[in-house]
Write a new protein. Structure first.
Length: 226
């Protein structure tokens, strides 16, 4: 039992560390020698990189941050496919690891999302976890990931406001998981992950209510999104 607990604990730590990779911060240091947390919105996510460093760096950070979330889920599924994992599970009294995978994948996804926003390498600061959450969704069940991205895209095309698009996308996740008959663990990820993303956007919500949230392309004085 102890070996089983240690294995799963190590997997969650690894997922957190994957999420913690400070993509935007590293790119800002490499390209301009700046701490991206000190400019624009102060976030290390793709939106602030877009505003600060430009289109292509922003796209690069977006893709890497998405891959961080995907990688956390792939890691769980790969380790659980190995013979030694099944042997440890059997020794711990677990006959079928298939029933455990959705729960472990969900916990790993939440760990990666937490890692992105509270990176150990950046003094527990970071981005708002939108891109990494999308990566987790694509890893868990890609139709939900694509559906969420589609909802984000529609709202963004109409509003040109990243934070509003992210919030509405986050709200839609649990409903999509439920509508597509996904495991309870995935529905709970949709709820917990959605709440986390919304909480991370609380200052944006206040500006949305005040009508002062900037659209993409506008200059930014205070924090906006991801």
């Amino acid at each position: 039992m102890a070996s089983w607990i240690i294995l799963n604990g190590a997997l969650l730590i690894a997922a957190y560390l994957l999420g913690s990779i400070p993509t935007g911060y590293a790119l800002g240091k490499w390209m301009l020698g700046i701490d991206i947390r000190q400019v624009g919105s102060g976030s290390t996510g793709a939106t602030n990189v877009l505003r600060t460093l430009g289109k292509w760096p922003g796209l690069g950070v977006l893709l890497v941050d998405v891959l961080k979330g995907v990688s956390a889920i792939v890691l769980i599924r790969y380790i659980y496919s190995l013979t030694f994992t099944s042997q440890l599970a059997t020794a711990a009294g677990i006959e079928n690891t298939v029933t455990v995978i959705p729960w472990m994948a969900t916990l790993a996804g939440l760990s990666a999302v937490l890692g992105h926003s509270k990176s150990i390498w950046l003094g527990f600061t970071g981005g708002k976890s939108v891109a990494t959450s999308l990566g987790v969704l694509l890893g868990l069940y890609w139709p939900v990931g694509l559906g969420t991205f589609g909802i984000f895209g529609i709202v963004f095309a109409v509003s040109r406001i990243v934070s509003l698009s992210s919030i509405i996308g986050a709200i839609s996740v649990a409903g999509l998981m439920f509508a597509l008959h996904q495991p309870l663990a995935y529905v709970l990820f949709g709820i917990a992950g959605g709440v986390f993303v919304i909480v991370r956007h609380r200052s944006n919500i206040q500006r949305l209510l005040n009508g002062t949230e900037p659209r993409i392309g506008e200059k930014l004085e205070t924090a906006a999104s991801d």
